[in-house]
Design a binder for this molecule. Structure first.
Ligand code: ADP
Ligand code: MG
Length: 629
């Protein structure tokens, strides 16, 4: 029998394909099962078209069979089968898809047909040294055997088959150090691969499974039984009728699929038809994955094409700021064999990703409005991610993200959004005030917040490192600028107050300069404050870099340390200030000691460590001794 050659270009293509398209050898099974499923779809369609009887969907099946002694794995279907010509055309030419032709000829056929690329079949050569395909086309009398050992061509000969359909027999490679091909003879491996890739193929995938079970009537004894089992669940949950599904069904699916022990916080289920077509089933986890804020966490959704898994984790479907979302996307518009690199540039994928982003966003906004407590729970876990999203995009995402943020309000004593802050603003209030600190408690105690709070104005608490950076990127919300309570200008003092402050500063110029000199190297300036009420001093900064930002930046591994422009503000109405005025006249050397003490106090109140704790303790002791003597 003459050996037929693959078309010349086909041989090269085959080599390239085998080594490049598929990163995982195991996908060969998915490819062959998908072909069988396509063949069943075609048969069903053709029988409808031709008005043939005797073909019922219930009988359409895919069988898997392993034979350890022969080292073969067989994939069999009772689908449309192939004529001799079809075998030559479809299996003899790589990158030629009979299925694609079929699709084009029968545009009205069920859109769930999978193949279109014409290389899937050859992936079987990644695991086989020899492949035999026996096929009998529906309605044909004769059957044909196609045989190939890979690169050097194939042979065709007549054979016997009782029924229409195709049988692909893989003679598996010998095991090597790196690759144990015998695993594909194990029922466990095969059934897991079916679960992983082909669980939602619409026809039953059957295999004889050996199970051990208690022997009937005999206590403590087991017997091995072989039974044909259906390995796949066939209908994916996202394709089932929504009315027939309960929340528990969705939750169960989530927990099994994504290995979570908790029910998800929310399920988002969408179906989109039009320029892009897809089903998406998305979940917001109720808890923080243990590795979420680490490098090990990988964002992504599972990508399916008509129920067949293409990629277990497709990162391009999710923006970083929604990295916490889990779920699946199923779209008929992808080819199974599409590589990661190609997928990244796929227009379709980009469109879907964009749709998904806005869907998640609108669901979150809805939840924030209608189910505030639930949203707060969500925000506790993933709010940081949203803020990072805003910051890391250098503000490019700010329109999308700003209304999803919550910050603790000092006046309302609960988390609120910028919008809510804005709505609660006083008529004449010029700024949206915020304060940074480790905790809300710490912020409450900040002396520089006193005057603002006394006026009944609200302050947003920024307790995460990234907060102030994000707010600086936003600059304003709905026309109102953000202002830190430590900013040099709070826009609070009236003109008279301002004038009075300037007058007082002028009168005490000598004292303020003396203090500045005493604090040389620590602060750039000492000035009178309009923001203090009960405390004598506070530490603030001038310019774009705040003290908090300075600390955050300096905690990062960088050679150059940054320095905020520190200013000590003094409360001119405080008894301590009056005492300082007297000291300046009577014993100016004490002003040096007091200035140092007040500065250290301000540092502590700002939540920062003392530069020299021993000196501080010494100075306090000195004071005590003087008082006591
Ligand atoms: P694709 O599935 O993308 O078309 P494949 O390389 O997987 O490409 O298959 C090539 C062609 O071989 C298919 O298009 C189909 O026409 C034919 N074919 C493969 N497997 C079967 C099968 N089990 N039954 C009938 N035809 C098949
Ligand atoms: Mg295929």
């Amino acid at each position: 029998m003459a050996k037929r050659q693959f078309k010349a270009e086909s041989r090269r293509l085959m080599e390239m394909m085998i080594n490049s398209i598929y990163t995982h050898k195991e996908v060969f099974l998915r490819e062959l099962i998908s072909n069988a499923s396509d063949a069943l779809d075609k048969l069903y369609f053709l029988s409808l078209e031709e008005g043939r009887t005797g073909v019922s969907r219930e009988q359409m099946k895919i069988w898997l069979e392993t034979d350890k002694s022969a080292r073969t794995l067989t994939i069999r279907d009772n689908g449309c089968g192939m004529t001799k010509e079809a075998l030559i055309d479809n299996l003899g030419t790589i990158a030629r898809s009979g299925t694609l032709d079929f699709r084009e000829e029968h545009k009205e056929a069920d859109a769930e047909i999978i193949g279109q690329f014409g290389v899937g079949f050859y992936s079987a050569f990644m695991v086989s040294r020899k492949i035999e395909v026996r096929s009998r086309a529906f309605g044909a009398e004769e059957a044909w055997l196609w045989k190939s050992e890979g690169e050097d061509g194939y042979t065709l000969s007549p054979c016997q088959m009782e029924d229409h359909g195709t049988e692909v027999i893989l003679h598996l490679n010998e095991d090597t150090e790196e690759e144990k091909y015998s695993q594909y003879l194990e029922q466990y491996t095969i059934s897991s691969l079916v679960k992983k890739y082909s669980d939602y193929v619409r026809y039953p995938i059957l295999m004889k499974m050996e199970r051990s079970r208690p022997k009937e009537g005999v206590e403590g004894e087991y017997e091995t039984v072989v039974e044909e089992e259906t390995l796949n669940s066939m209908v994916p949950i996202w394709r089932k009728n929504k009315d027939q599904l309960t929340e528990a069904d969705y939750n169960e699916f989530y927990k099994n699929k994504f290995f979570d022990f908790q029910d998800p916080l929310r399920v988002i289920n969408t179906k989109v038809e039009g320029a892009v077509m897809y089903d998406a089933l998305l979940y917001l986890p109720a808890g923080l994955p243990y590795n979420y804020y680490t490098k090990n966490f990988r964002k992504g959704l599972q990508l399916y094409c008509n129920g067949v898994l293409i990629m277990e984790n497709c990162p391009d479907l999710l923006p970083d700021h929604f990295a916490f979302v889990k779920g699946i996307v199923d779209s008929p518009d992808f080819s199974l064999n599409i590589s990661r690199e190609m997928l990244q540039h796929d227009r379709q994928l980009k469109l879907i990703a964009k749709n998904i982003e806005s869907k998640i966003r609108s669901e979150l906004a809805k939840m924030m409005e209608k189910e505030r407590e639930k949203y707060q729970d969500f925000f506790k876990n993933f709010g940081l991610q949203l803020k990072y999203g805003l910051y890391e995009s250098f503000g490019a995402r700010k329109e999308e993200l700003k209304d999803l943020l919550l910050f603790h309000s000092l006046r309302e004593d609960k988390p609120i959004s910028f919008k809510e802050y804005r709505e609660g603003m006083e008529e004449e209030q010029s700024y949206i005030y915020y304060a940074c600190g480790e905790t809300v408690e710490r912020i409450k105690a900040l002396p520089q917040a006193d005057a603002i709070r006394e006026k009944g104005l609200d302050i947003l608490c920024m307790t995460d490192d990234v907060d102030e950076f994000a707010v600086k990127l936003l600059r304003d919300y709905d026309g109102k600028e953000f202002r830190s309570v430590s900013d040099s200008d709070l826009g609070l003092a009236s003109e008279e107050e301002q004038a009075a402050l300037e007058k007082k500063a002028e009168e005490n110029k000598g004292l303020l300069e003396h203090m500045k000199k005493a604090l040389e190297g620590k602060v750039e300036e000492v000035r009178l404050s309009s923001r203090l009420k009960s405390h004598p001093v506070c530490l603030v900064s001038d310019g774009a870099l705040s003290l908090e930002m300075e600390q955050v930046l300096n905690a990062m591994p960088a050679e150059e340390k940054v320095k905020a422009r520190r200013v000590l503000e003094v409360n001119g109405g405080h008894p301590v200030f009056e005492a300082l005025v007297r000291m300046e006249e009577k014993e100016p050397e004490t002003v040096d000691v007091w200035a140092g003490l007040l500065y250290d106090q301000a540092v502590l109140m700002a939540g920062m460590p003392l530069e020299d704790p021993a000196a501080f303790a010494g100075a306090v002791c000195g004071l005590m001794e003087r008082l006591g003597s």
